[in-house]
Design a protein around this ligand. Sequence first.
Ligand code: SAM
Length: 301
Amino acid sequence: MADKVFVPPIKIQGIKTKIVPLIKQVAEFADSDVWFEPFMGSGVVGFNVAPKCAFYSDTNPYLIAFYQAIQDGEITSTNVRTYLESEGKKLSELDDEYYYEVRDRFNRHHDPFDFLFLNRACFNGMIRFNKKGEFNVPYGHKPQRFAKAYVTKIVNQVANVEALLRLNDWHFSVMSFDEVIPEVESGSFIYCDPPYIGRHVDYFDSWDEEKEVMLHELLMAHQGKFMLSTWDHNSYRTNDYVYTLWNDCYKTTREHFYHVGARESNRNAVIEALLTNYTPAAIKPEDECVSSVPVQQSLAI
Ligand SMILES: C[S@@+](CC[C@H](N)C(=O)[O-])C[C@H]1O[C@@H](n2cnc3c(N)ncnc32)[C@H](O)[C@@H]1O
């Protein structure tokens, strides 16, 4: 039976929850290795790989501050329940008005509890900041937003992170990938999940060709294994970078759905690609949706 995937307390667009089992198979991560994840996002990938030693980083300071707050004991599964129950009550009484009050408060004080509240009450679990660096996602209307079962679910997700942090030697830092990757020692494993070009851009989360080329250069110079998550194609377009820039890599693909748009019609099937600088040996043949070949032997659609 497939391992249960642990879902983290923070949501983010492009979250890899559905593809985590495949990522784990392809990573072939040995426990003695150090895991580097320079585009941490929600943390779902590393948290499920559960390496003994890991360095997580991201340019979004609020994601990092949230996990550091759990690590420091500032956020616990106990005080998260108290906080969400009391804020949830105010939200159910005042609705939008209260959501926007918390949003303004977060944009002034950047409290990690408020970041969690906004992340779990906003529209579609989006994380988006305007040019001034202010969180600007609207309210995600839902009656009983913080119902008892929902609060318990989030509390359990925080408790799972607490347990992982007790067991492992993990580090969280606000850094850009180009500061992290050149410092990674040979033999360490690097997993990268950068924003996809043209899909989503905001103050902490923009991506362009220059960055894609720089990431490629840095990963190719790394004396150890790396894996890159990217998209291969959807019904309308192919990611040409896979067949040009990354064409020395090995490519593992499987169908994967994104749940970002509000409307069903926006939820196109995207073929997700895992690009590696090694041949993954652990792909299970019974997983019929998976193909694993050198990029040069796979055809652009
Ligand atoms: C697709 S998301 C990662 C999702 C993550 N793998 C998950 O499953 O939750 C991309 C992340 O890259 C971060 N990011 C954007 N530009 C960056 C940069 N230059 N260096 C490091 N992180 C960056 C964003 O803040 C975002 O959290």
